[in-house]
Design a protein around this ligand. Structure first.
Ligand SMILES: Cc1ncc(COP(=O)(O)O)c(C=O)c1O
Length: 241
């Protein structure tokens, strides 16, 4: 019988953890300075053409030392942020994040948890935070919830729940093709584009979402909303939410 060669373990671990520890410490120290000194930098600056060109190269075939990749990020990426972490960023509503949150993100990635199930602490934290939100918003204890990536996903899920609940058919089983009455949703004419994206993704189409006019203070005109709902009912459509 021929000798079977010993199995060589494949790993993504570094050959030596110590240089990685040193680099990681440097990255954290740099990140503290970067966050602390945000006010000393411009909100935004244009990328020089040479820098921009670096992001348009073919996919690399070979790996590079991590320290070299990090140096590239320091030189070619960190000086050119969107600007939303700067206190003088007034372009758009956008979260600024903070250093504590960044450390939390790092540790969440270290743990690499899947929150779809299992008996583990991260899943318990997830449930605990949903419970806290229910408590703050006055929801009943039997209400359910889930943490998602942001506003677009939250609205897509919320509108999908409303659609399924108000469809008058078993929507999850039969799908939108079985709807007897076209559904209608209502939002202010100031609402975010994610609502339109949601109704499109839900198979209802943009027309299912009516835009209610607002006044100079951006408040929805409730009389106009009532009229739209009545108009839709008399046209045989199904106001949902
Ligand atoms: C009012 C509003 N709703 C929803 C969204 C979409 O949120 P996200 O980017 O978290 O999906 C935004 C994003 O800018 C927003 O401004």
């Amino acid at each position: 019988m021929k000798d079977v060669p010993p199995l060589r373990e494949e790993t993504l671990d570094p050959a030596d953890w110590e240089p990685l520890r040193a680099l990681a410490s440097r990255i954290v120290a740099d990140a503290v300075d970067y966050t602390r000194d945000v006010r000393e930098r411009p909100v935004w600056r244009d990328m020089p053409p040479d820098t921009r060109a670096r992001f348009q190269t073919p996919a690399p075939r070979n790996g590079r030392p991590l320290a070299e990749v990090y140096d590239d990020l320091v030189t070619h990426m960190l000086p050119y942020p969107m600007g939303n972490t700067h206190p003088r960023f007034w372009m758009w509503y956008m979260g600024a994040g903070n250093f504590t949150g960044a450390l939390g993100d790092f540790l969440a990635a270290i743990l690499g948890s899947n929150l779809g199930g299992g008996d583990h602490a991260a899943a318990e934290i997830d449930k605990q935070v949903v419970g806290w939100l229910k408590e703050m918003l006055g929801y009943p204890s039997q209400a359910s919830g889930t943490l998602v990536s942001g506003g677009s996903m939250a609205n897509l899920i919320g509108l999908t729940v409303a659609r399924n609940q108000m469809a008058g058919i078993d929507m999850r089983e039969l799908g939108v093709g079985a709807l007897r009455t076209p559904m209608r949703f209502y939002g202010s004419d100031q609402m975010h584009s994610c609502h339109q994206i949601a109704v499109e993704a839900m198979g209802l189409g943009n027309r299912a979402l009516r835009r209610v006019p607002t006044d100079a203070a951006c408040r929805m005109n409730v009389a106009a909303l009532r009229m739209m709902v009545a108009e839709d009912r008399s046209a045989g459509l199904g106001p949902a939410c």
